[in-house]
Ligand binder design. Structure first.
Ligand code: BES
Ligand code: MN
Ligand code: ZN
Length: 494
């Protein structure tokens, strides 16, 4: 989608949308548009009992006496309560009303008493519109043209063109990261295998972003027996990708982001049931978020030092596949009894967590993984599970999640859960007991975190894929996590 910002003028043709704050009063330019259509819009607003409620829209098609194809009023809510978040949601709602027009102008008049300045509001409305317009249709060859969305260009008319452009420039970099994550998550598993994923990651290198790819040989040398054990039943080789963005000063902290990248999780020899197994194409969601985040941080030239490490594997059953009962040795020397080959994400993360600590000595670590069904049982699609050894980090992440509507719910950890993964023949097993499955998975990860390093684990199994539309995305890949972590970086480390 092409987004342009321009000065406020009354559009005379095509599709026009007008922001309306609570009370249902049109702004100056909005009133001019209404007058030019003989009051058709205000009549429609009245008939629809529309009072500028946030995210609501009223459309008038081909209003009389004008060359306009449609006029849409979009509610912005009470001026005092307009935030970047609510403006984004209004923009997203607007997308539904405009998607069949090739081009549209969105008029956002000055609002008295608004909590957000007009430039940022314009950028947020545009951003919501763009986020909501995402669809993954590259493999749909027979969709009727009439069914396809048409909107390609949006011009936003605002009193603060310069401010809007500056704010949108940052937002666009973040959204490009979200789009990349959604694309990665949406790709089918025959296309996005570990090598293909690593190639896409490699393609992001440049402009100060460094990307390194580790081969299976190199991983073997480093002793990554936990990750390699998961991968050994697949004909598609594993990879590890290391991103480095050094936008901060030499003395600034290094933030590490680590992602689970299981490009397909069949369960391995502990095979999953067939129904729903297709969902396991997005078991690389954590790696997808780390990749999108690194693109976003580099794209907006974030003043921060961040590294990303993703472990990319396929978990397949085969004559060479790992067996339940196998004992593997992770790169940090700890041994793991693999009781269930379907609890593979923690094995992949163990070696990725070791790598990031060994090579970067990060000041904090956040990992993301579609790790357990148990977190979905607890929180459904409304929150991701947050596990942490550090209250301050947990609070910062929760606050960032709240402000971008990617919410986190903190879950407990402790020695009473940790002991559930002790093994009689190895240092630990990859399976907890019957209960608290999301926590025992987190306890497993914590055993790979060096003492004193603030660490948080986000179990995103429930929030990575949406079965129905959400405020900022259609059903499918959500991109959950990119905006949250970008915000976390911006609010606390820039
Ligand atoms: N990738 C799955 C978790 C998952 C399930 C993500 C559903 C998204 C939707 C993970 O590898 C897995 O299989 N976990 C097992 C762990 C169990 C064997 C201890 C689970 O949650 O059942
Ligand atoms: Mn699994
Ligand atoms: Zn998995």
């Amino acid at each position: 989608m092409k987004v342009l910002f321009s000065k406020l003028t009354r559009p005379a043709k095509g599709a026009v949308a007008l922001g309306v704050s609570a009370g249902g009063k049109l702004g100056k330019t909005g009133q001019a548009v209404d007058r030019a259509t003989g009051g058709a819009l205000s009549a429609a607003m009245k008939a629809a009992n529309f009072k500028g409620e946030s995210g609501k829209t009223v459309s008038v098609y081909a209003p009389p006496r004008s060359k306009l194809t449609r006029v849409v009023a979009v509610g912005l809510g009470k001026a005092k309560e307009i935030t970047a978040q609510s403006a984004e949601e209004a923009g997203a709602a607007l997308y539904g009303a405009l998607s069949k027009e090739p081009r549209a102008t969105v008029v956002l008049d000055d609002l008295k008493g608004a909590a957000i300045d007009v430039g940022h509001m314009a950028a947020a409305v545009a951003s919501g519109l763009v986020l909501k317009s995402y669809r993954f249709d590259k493999y749909r060859t027979q969709e009727k043209p009439a069914a396809k969305p048409k909107l390609k260009t949006v011009a936003v008319a605002t009193p603060d063109v310069v401010g809007a452009r500056a704010a949108y420039c940052v937002q666009e970099a973040i959204n490009d990261g979200v789009t990349l994550t959604r694309n990665l998550v949406s790709e089918p598993p025959n296309v996005l295998n570990p090598i293909a994923f690593a190639d896409i990651a490699k393609g992001l290198a440049g402009g100060g972003l460094k990307v390194k790819v580790l081969s299976p040989k190199e991983m073997e040398k480093l002793g990554m027996g936990a990750l390699l054990g998961v991968a050994q039943g697949s004909v598609n080789e594993p990879r590890m990708v290391v991103f480095e963005w050094s936008g901060g000063g030499k003395k600034d902290p290094t933030l590490a982001f680590v992602g689970k990248g299981v490009c397909f999780d069949s369960g391995g020899i502990s095979l999953k049931p067939g129904a729903g197994m297709w969902d396991m194409k997005w078991d690389m969601g954590g790696a997808g978020v780390v990749t999108g985040l690194m693109k976003a941080l580099a794209g907006r030239k974030a003043k921060v030092n961040a590294v990303g490490v993703i472990g990319l594997v396929e978990n397949m059953p085969d004559g060479k596949a790992q067996r339940p009962g196998d004992v593997v040795t992770s790169a940090d020397g700890q041994t793991i009894e693999v009781l269930n080959t379907d609890a593979e994400g923690r094995l992949v993360l163990a070696d990725a967590l070791w790598y990031v600590q060994e090579h970067f000595k990060p000041d904090l670590i956040v990992d993301l993984a579609t790790l357990t069904g148990a977190v979905i049982a607890a929180l459904a699609e409304h929150y991701a599970g947050l596990f942490s050894n550090d209250d301050e980090l947990a609070d910062q992440l929760s606050a960032s999640g709240q402000s971008v509507q990617e919410r986190l719910w903190r879950m407990p950890m402790g020695p009473e859960y940790d002991k559930l993964i002790n093994s009689p023949i190895a240092d630990m097993k990859n399976l907890g007991g019957r209960y608290a499955g999301a926590t025992t998975a987190a306890q497993f990860l914590e055993r790979f975190i060096k003492k004193g390093t603030p660490w948080a684990h986000l179990d995103i199994a429930g929030v990575t894929w949406a079965e129905s539309d959400r405020s900022l995305n259609a059903r499918g890949a959500t991109g959950y996590g990119v905006r949250l972590l970008n915000r976390f970086v911006a609010d606390n480390y820039e």
